[in-house]
Design a protein around this ligand. Structure first.
Ligand code: BES
Ligand code: MN
Ligand code: ZN
Length: 500
């Protein structure tokens, strides 16, 4: 949204101007490559500041008179754990967040204690891009250059100096595409619903065909033919027509079963007739955060030409309320044939996903299916904003997701499924009902509901209500919408499902 900075790579050469960022190890130890012209000044600052090199802590050195550098900033890299992927990302974010004025920034990406691979160096660049993101499309007063609160409005030039500039450049080409995916997801979630209607959303996805994604859009009539009445029931109270959008990326071996990602795309959730309270209802413009992660992921996979066959399916509806809206007590028949008593029209995400999951599984026979949804307020009560809830019928998929979460910082926490919970959604007048008994275990009964629409395929459900939006700002995200899920699932695909 905001003007993106430029990130370039160079050999380890002292810049002529601007800010220089240097990494330090334990007790402020510097890499041997730090040029002698500046190392004296840096060591002095480290000594005076009693700088210990603690991860992401920093100290500023006075640039020696002979150099034209404006600032020298030393950043520590020593934590309890070895410096990992998320740390490199945070480092990039910290550098972009600390940049002052409008001059160029050079990062001396040669750690003392910390070996920086080409990938690590590229991840610094990713952190810079993600930190610089700002959703200011609707601010009429654009910031003046150099204003602190508006850092990022200038297309600042970053150069990362490294012993392996060419390899880093190649890695960064992929990192850039991942950033584009995250930024796309953030933009979609941040957009208000009067702009991002179901149809506008579908056209924005359609525009991704320029990257080689195959896009198919199912309209209301087609969904009615397919008997997707769980999804259609949610949409019927809104003047916005529903859409089911299918994205395909064929980067893997021909004939190889795809991996599939399914997203809840409720462009606004009023609750329907079971209407939500007014306070904070504006945040329900982000109730399509699961789908945005799927779209951003598909954008990233296509952009970096991932060697995988991947499917993204998103159900786009508005859960609104008018005379035609579905009522509590209505019974709908899902595409699978399962009948559902809609006892609370605010439990709409699971109704949308019921048909989207069934359709994906039946049509594509995927290797696995992962859905993402801002599904329940209860998951925020359980896990807060720092883990998504993970529900799965597969230990292998769960372990892989958990590890990818630890690596990327997009963490998941596994929650239980089980017969006892499943019992709670048995229907009185139909096969199942769309809520459990009372409020207890609300995220689990929601997941049990979804599982009714999954056969034997390995499946995972990520409840991202607490992570897709409104999570606290951090080193690499300052935006209300985080883009959660794009990096997590990109990592999962990269580590386990790409042909080499
Ligand atoms: N979209 C909401 C869940 C949500 C709440 C997301 C807060 C983000 C922040 C979902 O559709 C919903 O309303 N769930 C209900 C389910 C209940 C009626 C069983 C909830 O969580 O209260
Ligand atoms: Mn709802
Ligand atoms: Zn919802």
């Amino acid at each position: 949204m905001s003007v993106q900075p430029t990130v370039d790579f160079s050999p380890l050469e002292l810049p002529k101007s601007g800010t220089l960022v240097i990494l330090a190890g334990a007790e402020g130890q510097l890499a041997a490559s730090v040029p002698s012209e500046i190392s004296g000044a840096v060591e002095k600052a480290i000594a005076i500041g009693k700088f210990k090199g603690r991860s992401l802590s920093s100290v500023e050195a006075v640039a020696p008179g002979a150099s034209a550098l404006e600032r020298i900033v030393v950043i520590g890299t020593v934590g309890e754990q070895p410096f990992g992927e998320e740390d490199w990302l945070k480092l990039g974010g910290t550098i972009a967040g600390g940049a002052k004025g409008s001059g160029p920034v050079t990062v001396w990406a040669d750690g003392a204690a910390t070996e920086a691979s080409a990938r690590d160096v590229a991840t610094i660049g990713l952190g810079i891009l993600l930190r610089s993101y700002k959703f200011d499309r609707y601010k009429s007063r654009k910031a003046k250059p150099g204003e602190e609160a508006d850092a990022g409005d200038e297309a600042r030039a970053y150069t990362i100096a490294t012993g392996a500039a060419d390899a880093a450049k190649a890695e960064y080409a992929a990192a850039r595409e991942i950033a584009e995916g995250v930024i796309l997801a953030r933009d979609l979630v941040n957009e208000p619903t009067n702009v991002l209607t179901t149809t506008e959303y579908a056209s924005r996805i359609e525009a991704l065909s320029s990257l080689g994604l195959e896009i198919e859009i199912l309209d209301e009539a087609r969904m009615a033919e397919l008997k997707m009445h769980a999804l259609l029931g949610v949409a019927q109270g809104s003047p916005m027509p529903p859409r089911l959008v299918i994205m395909r990326w064929n980067g893997g071996a021909e004939g190889q079963a795809p991996v599939a990602f399914v997203g809840k795309g409720v462009v606004f959730d009023t609750g329907g007739v079971s209407i939500k309270p007014a306070a904070g209802m504006d945040e329900m413009k982000g109730d399509m955060g699961g789908s945005a992660a799927v779209v951003g992921l598909m954008r990233a996979l296509a952009g970096r030409k991932a060697k995988v066959n991947a499917i993204g399916v998103v159900g786009l509806v508005e859960n609104s309320v008018d005379g035609n809206a579905q009522r509590p007590g209505d019974i709908v028949t899902a595409m699978s044939g399962t009948t559902i008593e809609v006892l609370n029209t605010d439990a709409e995400g699971r109704l949308v996903l019921a048909d989207a999951l069934w359709y994906t599984q039946e049509r594509f026979k995927p290797q696995f299916m992962i859905d993402l949804a801002t599904l329940t307020g209860a998951i925020i009560v359980a896990l807060g904003n720092h883990h998504a809830g993970l529900f799965s019928n597969s230990d292998e998929l769960s372990e892989r997701l958990t590890q990818a979460g630890l690596d990327t910082g997009e963490k998941v926490w596994r929650m239980p499924l089980g017969k006892e919970y499943d019992k709670q959604i048995e229907g009185k007048f139909a096969d199942i009902k769309n809520i459990g008994n009372g409020r207890s275990g609300g995220s689990i009964t929601a997941a049990q509901f979804l599982q009714r629409f999954v056969n034997d395929v390995p499946w995972a459900h990520l409840d991202v209500a607490g992570t897709a939006m409104g999570s606290p700002a951090n080193e690499y995200n300052q935006s209300w919408a985080s883009g959660y899920g794009v990096r997590l699932l990109n990592k999962l695909v990269e580590d386990h499902y790409e042909t080499r």
